[in-house]
Design a protein. Structure first.
Length: 204
């Protein structure tokens, strides 16, 4: 996908404002600058950040409502995907975004971006240190789906929705997981990659 097309989809289909787009462009520049010293993203994707990382993360907002009083947790946020991108889009102070990232270098980067871009999100180090109170769980390039389901069962303490970005093996991964009767799921096509899928899981 051309980067211009990715920016167009962000504005026209996902309703990112001009101010949001300016923040995302600033974020992209910082990301490339930091990536010279730290391995935040693959060097091979630096020229396609708008499509490969930003739009890929932003498409998740189609599956939940940031106007609600709710909590979202991003597991393994890395350089901010998808959690930071969701925080750029979010304008509701009652919609709380929390990014979980174990790498101190990446946490420092996220903290710096929060300050420089004027964003509202919290950062946590350890997913396993305590229970997670969340209405929505998101994950991209994190763990296999069975490990994410284990976190859902053992650590997330309320009914919730999970949105997991996966590649071409998404169907096989979810089929091989033993889900309880309180779990239901569906697959949605990614708008950035014909082979990739979003696994939408509802937990009652």
């Amino acid at each position: 996908m051309l980067e211009a097309n990715a920016r167009k989809l962000l504005k026209e289909d996902l309703n990112f404002t001009n101010a949001d787009m300016n923040k995302l462009e600033l974020f992209r520049k910082y990301l490339i600058e930091y990536n010279k010293k730290y391995n935040l993203i693959s060097k091979s994707t630096e020229k396609v950040i708008w499509s490969r990382h930003i739009l890929d993360s932003a498409q998740l907002i189609k599956y939940f409502d940031t106007n609600l009083n709710a909590k979202l947790a991003d597991l393994g946020s890395g350089a901010g995907f998808p959690g930071l991108i969701i925080a750029v889009y979010n304008k509701n102070p009652k919609f709380h975004v929390k990014l979980y990232e174990k790498s101190p270098i990446k946490r420092d980067f996220l903290s710096t971006m929060r300050m420089k871009l004027g964003l509202d999100f919290t950062i946590e180090e350890n997913i396993y240190s305590k229970s997670i109170s969340a209405d929505i769980i998101v994950a991209r390039a994190f763990k296999k789906i069975n490990k994410i389901i284990d976190i859902s069962r053992e650590i997330v303490k309320k009914p919730h929705k999970m949105i997991v970005l996966k590649g071409k093996n998404a169907q096989n991964e979810i089929k091989n997981v033993s889900l309880g009767s309180n779990y239901s799921y569906k697959l949605e096509k990614s708008i950035t990659d014909n082979d990739s899928k979003l696994i939408i899981i509802n937990v009652r």
